[in-house]
Design a protein around this ligand. Sequence first.
Ligand code: FAD
Ligand code: SF4
Length: 508
Amino acid sequence: KPRLILVLGDQLSTDISSLRMADKERDVVIMAEVMTEATYVPHHPKKIALVLAAMRRFAMALREDGWTVAYSRLDDEANTGSIPGELVRRASEFAVEEVIATTPGEWRLIAALNDLPLVMRQLPDDRFVTSPKDFADWAKGRKHLRMEWFYRDVRRKTGLLMDGNAPAGGKWNYDNQNRKPAPEDARPPKPPGFPPDAVVAEVLDLVKDRFAGNFGQLHPFEFATDREQALEVLDHFISHTLPSFGDYQDAMVMGDPWLWHAVISPYLNLGLLLPMEVCLRAEAAWRAGKAPLNAAEGFIRQIIGWREYVRGIYFFEGPDYTSRNMLDHSRPLPAFFWGSETHMHCVDEVVGQTREHGYAHHIQRLMVIGNFALLAGLDPGEVHEWYLSVYVDAFEWVEAPNTIGMSQYADDGLVASKPYVSSGNYISKMSDYCTGCQYDVRTKTGARACPFNLLYWHFIERHRDRFLNNPRMAVIYRSWDKRDVGQRKKIVDDATDWLARLDTGEIV
Ligand code: FAD
Ligand code: SF4
């Protein structure tokens, strides 16, 4: 009897465990574009288009390679609209009782597959460098689950950037060299873009018809949609951008969303690129003298450190992780998260860029949008849904620990050892956003004061009980408490007033 081999939209790797277990002569690969997946949050139209186009391309490649593929298009009349529904329908069509799948990257889908009235085998997703079990073994008995210690273990395990038992260059981490603002005169070339061919154009029409109301601009669409194109993006990064990636990875510049970033997260998360191959390329560039160590190490740490670590946290912490709210924040998302006007130029730039491209780099996500959300006390559940919707690389296993944990501190410091909050000063140092802003970054109180300056101290004051004894925050409280009482009161009162007027919509 044939079996159904399920390949999900973010499992587009020919070497995925479900396909490795399958028999090309006997089994039927099932791939399905379904409304439940396209609508569980209001995804950016570019994200929906990217996933559907890459799925169609992958299915075509499988067929060319001799596989039988039962492919459901979103607009097929018989489409039941959900992954379980399509599995049941196809099982009856092909008289199949058994389904082989690679475990999905979301609790939601894992549970849905477990509830099926079919024999279901969920194999581990071994495209990662570490498994959830590796993470659980590492986490066992530890008081703090800090990324840095996990990362060092993965370096030892993989041998990446190692000289024997020691880290290359003598240090594990070169982050202190990686915080430079962008130079005035140098910008790397833009990553390669791919004009839509007939397959992509058809998907774009479908997305335009069905999801026109979602936040985000569909055109122009230039993302890579197959492995060959994704490899071109990687090649471009390794040759042109990696050498300065380390130095300028935190920099932000008006009108240039890509800067020195690789823009490969969508391809890694869909499975078009694999983490180890990407890291080996960066290491080889360093060993060949084509990229400095701080760049190669900084880049590799994002992938075998942060990316593996957040996946470990997601599976270790369980399905309730996304509803954590340890700081009791409850303010709804202001309308400017969805593109309406705001006078905060930094927020306006990053939201505008997100709407246009479905992309923002790490520091824009963390220190502009995330920083504002945390300072203003926005509901972390709503913030989580926003990030899951608006970025083309957003899948829950990677997005949630970054948002709930790293950015919003809603997991009570499991991921972040201190909250990622800053006043306007940090944004001013790392970007050119403050030029032309209606607020003044140097002003601390009054109507023109940068809201980040006001809200920063409001945050510090309103969470005094929680953070006063945090060793990384003590110095901040000491300097705040040394200030004149009247000055402190004025700042907190102005911040309270600003938030009240934000709530009424009086200020934007
Ligand atoms: P580069 O800066 O060039 O980095 C290279 C690669 O490292 C990335 O492609 C990515 O795969 C990996 N990486 C870097 N930082 C992280 C990180 N913190 N966690 C996991 N992987 C990382 N990344 C996602 O892939 N999907 C998300 O939904 C997502 N949501 C985020 C939400 C918030 C609030 C924050 C602060 C970060 C989020 N990130 C997410 C991490 C990071 O911002 C993106 O991976 C990165 O911006 C992708 O762009 P790039 O490929 O140009 O990355
Ligand atoms: Fe953002 Fe404040 Fe700078 Fe305006 S002044 S761009 S609000 S940091």
